[in-house]
Ligand binder design. Structure first.
Ligand SMILES: [Zn+2]
Ligand SMILES: [Zn+2]
Length: 223
């Protein structure tokens, strides 16, 4: 029986898809890979994803893909959730703050536990009430934390309107949404590990259950 992988893309900016050609299950016919993404009028998710496996981006080409790939374009106006397993449902809502078309925020729910993935969002005044209601009470919130306040509000080089959060926005939203754990995510690419540890230390003073997202981390909602 094939192994199933579900990939939920919040949007199609390059930093969110460029790793796909290096994900080895694509080249293994034992895998079935479902890719979910927001619906964009006149843009085919399948064409976008296949294009990065093709010349001139890559020599692999479509025929190099051996897994069984399925594409699902999620139209927020028509749907609000998808069921990916007997006991796992993924709900989604739209946040419009990220240029140009906003992103989907996903909430994975299993056995009354939930984990929310909210990246590429910007909310200097905190999330709007409909998004707070959507996240409210989740066990885990993974939240954009690209900047610190001194970068975001920098007079000469402000990051306002870039569609990303500060660490303090993430913390305020975590508190407002009454989540158990906050995972900082989408770091400024200039950060060194030491910078992130320092950011984490400061963040924990304001929200004790703050963590850094790390590659290959697994989050067990039962613990
Ligand atoms: Zn983006
Ligand atoms: Zn991004």
């Amino acid at each position: 029986m094939s192994k199933k992988i579900d990939i939920f893309l919040t949007h199609l900016h390059f930093d969110h898809i460029q790793g796909l050609p290096f994900f080895t299950p694509f080249y293994d016919n034992n895998f079935k890979i479902n890719i979910y993404c927001p619906y964009y009028p006149n843009i085919s998710l399948k064409n976008v994803i296949y294009s990065i496996f093709n010349h001139p981006f890559s020599p692999i080409c479509n025929k190099g893909i051996k897994a069984n790939i399925n594409f699902y374009e999620l139209d927020f106006k028509k749907n609000k959730s998808v069921k990916i397993d007997e006991n796992i449902k993924v709900e989604f809502t739209k946040d419009a703050s990220h240029p140009i078309s906003g992103v989907l925020i996903y909430k994975l729910i299993s056995e009354n536990k939930s984990i929310v993935y909210a990246t590429d969002v910007e909310s200097p005044k905190g999330f709007k009430s409909k998004i707070i209601d959507f996240i409210k009470g989740a066990e885990v919130l993974i939240h954009d934390a690209q900047y610190i306040d001194s970068e975001y509000y920098n007079e000469k080089n402000s990051k306002e309107g870039f569609g990303h959060s500060t660490v303090s926005m993430a913390i305020k939203n975590a508190i407002k949404c009454d989540v158990e754990k906050l995972f900082l995510f989408h770091y400024n690419p200039d950060r060194l590990d030491n910078d992130l540890e320092r950011i984490l230390k400061d963040a924990k003073k304001m929200f004790k259950n703050t963590f850094l997202s790390r590659e290959l981390d697994k989050i067990d909602l039962r613990s």
